[in-house]
Write a protein that binds this ligand. Structure first.
Ligand SMILES: C[S@@+](CC[C@H](N)C(=O)[O-])C[C@H]1O[C@@H](n2cnc3c(N)ncnc32)[C@H](O)[C@@H]1O
Length: 412
């Protein structure tokens, strides 16, 4: 009968600025270096060759790289060592030096002899879950995933448990601008989702992923400030006032918008209003419809040999409208993919301006309506066709219009 495994002491190491030596430069070392960099350790990798991602980190001076085989003495001044080579003999020598110098050491090939053991780890905000499952890494990973889900559920229901700092911040009130992505709730960022879990108030737009509202905690105040084209709208000043006044009452206010708040989202106006009122404000970027909606229709905005860039413009003011500040001639000749948001009404005028400035009449023009939603629809046409027959019949708001050779990739 084998003896019971030696018990472990679970520990949190503060490695910020402390030297950690990783011997080995393959994918396993890369994985460990990622975790060490998150802990802000001062990492030295010892290996004659390293994978490209590690080489890049070394070139950017984010880690040190000793480009040679391990030599005794390499662990000098280290707080922690990691033996990550594919050579058991080298790993054993690293462990021996570490033992002699009383430096804790992990060993990838034979953890049973190492003085330290890496747990399965997951993070949610400021909470870290680490699982040692009697040295069985697969069980540890599975349990860690389950534990993390439980933590996230608990934090959504009781966000004040996340940590005392957050609770304090919440008591003084603040605003978080969350870019919600183009409409599919799964395209919200993890950070944005976490912010929604903390919210006391959610101030929402019509193009935000509305299905997320259903998952909010009971009691969260929802304020709809949608601006419908030619329809109901809440003036921006009133929205600013809602954000500031709720935050001043000590509430965590999430401003949930479609796409990214800083892409035609008037996000900066809200940030400035909060700053002027002395209300703490944070911006969580979102997946903008300008890029994601074409991608969901199969259209890359750049593609080698076809397009070396893209330009995103608003089409809400027609080219001949005195409010328009865009130089349509340059846009026509620029050679980049043109992405038009809010261009439904003015599409024929926009196409006319591009043709007049010399853009090829056969240039593909793709319209993607309701991108990322079950009702998503894609139409592919050309500048010439819009010029002769008008905008496609299916065109309706919201739509992203892509003009350029890459439009031909549209999956209709
Ligand atoms: C006021 S702008 C806001 C853009 C947003 N901040 C972003 O980054 O995606 C609204 C325009 O974005 C585009 N848009 C947003 N969501 C869309 C979607 N799901 N499908 C198609 N177009 C969308 C449309 O052109 C719409 O008129």
């Amino acid at each position: 009968m084998s003896p019971p495994p030696e018990p472990l002491l679970p520990l949190g190491l503060r490695l910020c600025g402390r030297r950690v030596v990783v011997v080995g430069g393959g994918p396993v070392a890369l994985r460990r270096v990622g975790a060490l960099m998150a802990a802000q350790a001062s990492v030295t990798v010892v290996s004659p060759t390293i994978v490209a991602a590690l080489e890049d980190l070394a070139q950017r001076h984010l880690i040190d790289w000793l480009a040679r085989p391990y030599e005794p003495g390499d662990l000098h001044h280290a707080w922690l060592a990691m033996a990550c080579t594919a050579d058991a003999a080298v790993n054993a020598r690293v462990l021996t030096e570490a033992e002699e110098a009383r430096i804790f050491c992990l060993r990838v090939d034979d953890a049973s002899h190492a003085s330290a053991w890496m747990p399965a780890t997951g993070r949610s905000g400021r909470v870290t879950v680490s699982v040692h499952a009697d040295r069985d890494p697969q069980i540890a990973v599975a349990l860690c995933g389950a534990a993390l889900e439980a933590v996230e559920t608990a934090l959504r229901q009781h966000p004040q448990r996340d940590d005392r700092h957050r609770a304090q911040a919440a008591s003084s009130g603040r605003v978080i601008l969350v870019g919600g992505g183009p409409g599919d709730p799964e395209l919200l960022t993890v950070k944005g989702n976490r912010a929604l879990g903390e919210a006391d108030v959610v101030v929402v737009d019509r193009l935000a992923p509305l299905t997320l509202l259903d998952g909010l905690r009971e009691g969260v105040e929802i304020i709809d400030v949608s601006k419908i084209p030619h329809g109901r709208f809440t003036p921006q000043e009133e929205i600013n006032e809602i954000l500031v006044s709720r935050a001043r009452k000590g509430r965590v206010v999430v401003r949930l918008k479609g796409g990214d708040s800083f892409v035609f989202g008037r996000g900066m106006e809200e940030v400035l209003a909060c700053k002027e009122a002395g209300v703490p404000v944070e911006v969580i970027p979102g997946v903008t419809s300008a890029i994601a909606v074409p991608a969901l229709a199969g259209i890359p905005l750049t593609h080698r040999g076809l397009s070396q860039g893209f330009t995103v413009v608003s089409g809400h003011a027609a080219p001949d409208d005195p409010r328009s500040t865009l130089d349509w001639e340059s846009l026509a000749r620029g050679g980049t993919t043109l992405v038009v948001l809010m261009g439904v009404e003015n599409l024929p005028l926009i196409v006319g301006a591009l043709l007049e400035a010399g853009r090829d009449a056969n240039t593909p023009l793709a319209c993607v309506m309701d991108g990322a939603l079950p009702s998503q629809q894609v139409v592919l046409t050309t500048l010439a066709a819009v010029s002769s027959s008008g905008a496609p019949l299916e065109l309706r708001s919201p739509a992203v219009v892509v003009i350029g050779a890459v439009g031909a990739f549209a999956e209709v």
